[in-house]
Design a protein around this ligand. Structure first.
Ligand SMILES: Nc1ncnc2c1ncn2[C@@H]1O[C@H](COP(=O)(O)OP(=O)(O)OP(=O)(O)O)[C@@H](O)[C@H]1O
Ligand SMILES: [Mg+2]
Length: 258
């Protein structure tokens, strides 16, 4: 069965800069639909617009033109309070640099999205410990975030990204600052979340291995999508004249919102 769309980007254009001589078009008329449970790699050369696309899809940056729908809701219509709430509830982020409150404890870092969401205290603690267990960091709950190793810091970030049971996890070069063995562990955690919990995974990466592990690869060049493996499959099936297209996205587990 086809999964519902989590993201639907229509004619997204992003222009940086205000004055005419400073203007730069980083995304050109992007059309992109992502279904629940997919694993998608966004690839392309440095400067091709990968992070800009990810930030736009992740509601961290507004497109200059075009429309974006998240789980069927039109994002452009939301005021900034609703936007922050939606981002906090529906999306998780993992970046190359480990963003966290370095001087706070592991527990408080992971709990933050739940505090923002106004989750009750006992539930906060329970969900936070569950998320820490999922990345095998439960024993470090009381440690200062800054005292963790690189791989542990990234696991903290993943725990924080998943604590709210998001629809989508966005990862921008999640293994970029890690040695290959630690990177492989982080990779496995992300793909397991995708397979077992049905969380949609969108990864920006230069790493071919990670890109190959995703069911779908989208390639950007100069702010445009130059290839999308899902569309290519569609095209082939269409050419066979076999009628309806039923694309296999990664198997989505049952998700239920808390
Ligand atoms: N805030 C900004 N103001 C002006 N130009 C920007 C801004 N952010 C990005 N750009 C430009 O937009 C283009 C796309 O940048 P982006 O960061 O999306 O590339 P990328 O594909 O993620 O590259 P990398 O692989 O190096 O991270 C680049 O030419 C960049 O210089
Ligand atoms: Mg980038």
């Amino acid at each position: 069965m086809n999964q519902p769309l989590v993201l639907d980007a229509r004619n997204i254009t992003k222009i940086y800069g205000k004055k005419r001589q400073e203007k730069f078009t980083a995304l050109k008329n992007i059309n992109l639909q992502i279904a629940q449970g997919e694993s998608v790699a966004i690839i392309g050369k440095s400067g091709s617009g990968k992070s800009t696309l990810m930030h736009t899809l992740a509601l961290l940056d507004k497109p200059t033109k075009g429309e974006l729908y998240l789980n069927g809701d039109k994002i452009g219509k939301l005021n900034s309070r609703r936007l922050n709430k939606t981002r906090n509830r529906e999306l998780g982020f993992v970046f190359q640099q480990f963003f966290m409150n370095a001087n706070d404890t592991v527990l408080n870092n992971v709990m933050l999205p739940l505090r923002i969401a106004g989750t009750s205290i006992w539930k906060r603690k329970k969900l936070t410990m569950e998320a820490l267990r999922a990345v095998d960091l439960q024993e470090k709950a009381k440690n200062k975030a800054n005292d963790l190793s690189g791989g542990q810091k990234q696991r903290l970030c993943i725990a924080r990204a998943l604590v709210n049971n998001p629809s989508i996890i966005f990862a921008d070069e999640p293994t970029g600052n890690l040695d290959s063995q630690t990177g492989a562990m982080i990779e496995k955690i992300l793909f397991d979340l995708n397979k077992e919990k049905g969380i949609t995974l969108i990864v920006v990466t230069h790493d071919e291995d990670i890109a190959k592990k995703c069911k779908r690869q989208i390639s950007l060049k100069d702010g445009e999508i130059i290839s999308d493996t899902k569309k290519e499959v569609k095209l082939k099936v269409g050419q066979d004249g076999k009628g309806r297209v039923e694309l296999k996205t990664s198997p989505a587990g049952k998700r239920s919102k808390k």
